[in-house]
Design a protein around this ligand. Structure first.
Ligand code: HEC
Ligand code: HEC
Ligand code: HEC
Ligand code: HEC
Ligand code: HEC
Length: 407
């Protein structure tokens, strides 16, 4: 294999290595690229043997300041010292972006090369926060610690003046979400929706909502040491709860029901959804996801008149679907913008007329699906552990709002 090929491969890896450095370091790179699973060595200095231990004052282990090679190259290595953050990241969908069963299925077993660039990217600073580039190695680390933190071999963060074996360095870009999160999440506008919306720092006065960034809602604040034995500092959880988390979904929306007497008897039931808690439209750009509204009805004696969990009645009980449909489907985009209150936006009616419903009680349901094939049935009602983000793939009832109607 020619040297220029290796140059390409290595340039696509975490560190921006100059071609010259690649030529000089040729024998080492050969070993790494051929599957040596050990940590690749920095040019000057090597991973410290006694982890975690740069000493309480974090002596930088004699690594020279101009070295652009990260001392650590896998997330597991970072995890030796940053235990709590590593555990959160590993569980999160950034940590799972290459092992997520749905991603594996749609990327033909991660063999579609065009999919890798956002799911296992190089150091994001390398591309100037433009389109990410696919990584050539450590792909199992998915959206790795290094993708977001590597700054010329140092680990960039929100704190000033820290010392440690990973050569921490302050960089305000770390908390600039327009760079840090837009680089992948704005491909389908989630970033712009936030910027244009009521949570943006630039929203017009009087503000409808306090400004909140992606970090405020997806990386909650926490006070803890960054490494055991070091001082407690203000930081953020690396959980990124989104559509996989029932607890996060519950924050997104509120329901309200308007009942109206029909002239011929019975009632019309209309369910409104308000996007009260998401800084962007819901659901977001992943086109297979959807929110749906349904209604369950009982008569005055408690007998069920209409049951969304019954496969025979489900279509009738379904009032509206909110989703960005697949390209080419010809269907209108029905995502709900921040703070909007809607009954329907597309083909659904948003209401149902039920002549036999004279008086009784009911429930409005907000249902979330990660994929169109997620089935809605009795088990969808079981909230289970609301923080369990691996309970896939069944439709989940996020909200059940009780109401009554008639005399
Ligand atoms: C430009 C960056 C980018 C590229 C390229 C990309 N993705 Fe993604 N992908 C994302 C982002 C961002 C999300 C999270 C979207 C969201 O939840 O709003 C995502 C989410 C997903 C999900 C949803 C996972 C889930 O559990 O719901 C699947 C599946 C997926 N991508 C498959 C693919 C496939 C297949 C390809 C290649 C054809 C691909 N992606 C290419 C950025 C990208
Ligand atoms: C040998 C232990 C050790 C390892 C391994 C390690 N770090 Fe660190 N890291 C530290 C110490 C010590 C600090 C400073 C802690 C303090 O003062 O609160 C730190 C601080 C940081 C900071 C904060 C920077 C700032 O200025 O805000 C980031 C980000 C960081 N590390 C990322 C990483 C990443 C990513 C990896 C893996 C590539 C990693 N670290 C590996 C010990 C380590
Ligand atoms: C390198 C590209 C990339 C960057 C940078 C990135 N994300 Fe993601 N994010 C993704 C992908 C890809 C997924 C979907 C992974 C999957 O489910 O397979 C995702 C998923 C998510 C989810 C949804 C988790 C779920 O339960 O479905 C949230 C929330 C999220 N990201 C927030 C953020 C925030 C906030 C930032 C900025 C700090 C950020 N992301 C930066 C690519 C990225
Ligand atoms: C999608 C991007 C992303 C990934 C992946 C990521 N981080 Fe972070 N990290 C951030 C952001 C954004 C901050 C700044 C949070 C803040 O303002 O406190 C941060 C902050 C930190 C800090 C400083 C303490 C704190 O909480 O602010 C450390 C240490 C750190 N990350 C380590 C890691 C490690 C270790 C991994 C991998 C196990 C990792 N990060 C993965 C985006 C990321
Ligand atoms: C005011 C709080 C808030 C802000 C600000 C916010 N989000 Fe969200 N986000 C939510 C809530 C609540 C959900 C759950 C609803 C959902 O999954 O559709 C969510 C869901 C998501 C998801 C999961 C996608 C899906 O369809 O389930 C992604 C990805 C995401 N947000 C990314 C971002 C990014 C990137 C930013 C910044 C540009 C951001 N969010 C800003 C509250 C917020």
């Amino acid at each position: 294999m020619s040297i220029s090929r290796w140059t390409t491969l290595r340039r696509r890896s975490f560190g921006p290595r100059l071609a010259l450095a690649v030529v000089l370091a040729w024998p080492v790179l050969w070993l790494v690229a051929c599957g040596d699973s050990g940590p690749s060595k920095a040019k000057s200095g090597k991973p410290p043997a006694n982890l975690p231990g740069a000493g309480p004052d974090g002596a930088p282990l004699g690594i020279s300041d101009d070295d652009t090679t990260p001392v650590f190259e896998t997330a597991a290595q970072c995890g030796k010292c940053h235990k709590a953050i590593y555990a959160e990241w590993k569980e999160s969908y950034h940590g799972r972006a290459m092992s997520d069963p749905l991603f594996r299925e749609l990327s033909a077993g991660v063999n579609k090369e065009e999919c890798i660039r956002c799911h296992a990217p190089v150091n994001l600073r390398d591309s100037g926060w433009e389109t990410p580039i696919a990584r050539s190695d450590q792909r199992e680390d998915a959206i790795s610690c290094l993708s977001c933190h590597n700054a010329n071999g140092r680990m960039a963060g929100p704190h000033q003046g820290l010392k440690g074996a990973c050569r921490p360095v302050y960089d305000p870009q770390q908390t600039d979400v327009v760079k840090m999160c837009f680089v992948c999440h704005n491909q389908h506008d989630t970033g712009n929706e936030w910027l244009r919306g009521p949570y943006s720092p630039e929203a017009p006065e009087p503000r409808q909502r306090d400004a909140k960034t992606c970090l405020d809602c997806h990386m909650p604040e926490v006070e803890r040491p960054l490494v055991e034995g070091f001082p407690v500092r203000k930081g953020r959880r690396h959980t990124w709860f989104g559509g996989h988390s029932l607890a996060q979904l519950e924050k997104a929306a509120k329901l309200d029901v308007v009942t109206e007497k029909l002239p011929g008897g019975g009632h019309r039931f209309r369910v409104f959804v308000t996007n009260v808690g998401a800084g962007h439209a819901i659901p977001t750009d992943a086109r297979h996801r959807s929110f749906d509204t349904y209604v369950l009805l009982r008569d005055a004696k408690g007998k069920i008149l209409l049951d969304p969990a019954d496969p025979q009645q489900q279509a009738r009980a379904h009032l509206a679907k909110f989703r960005k449909f697949y390209r080419g489907s010809g269907k209108k985009d029905t995502q709900i913008p921040p703070l909007a209150r809607v009954d329907t936006l597309g083909e659904g009616k948003g209401y149902i007329d039920v002549p036999e419903a004279t008086s009784g009680t009911g429930e409005a349901w907000l249902v979330y699906r990660l994929t169109p094939r997620d089935v809605l049935n009795k088990r969808s009602l079981d909230p289970g552990d609301r923080n369990d983000i691996k309970r896939l793939y069944r439709a989940r009832v996020v909200i059940r709002l009780e109401f009554s109607f008639g005399p």
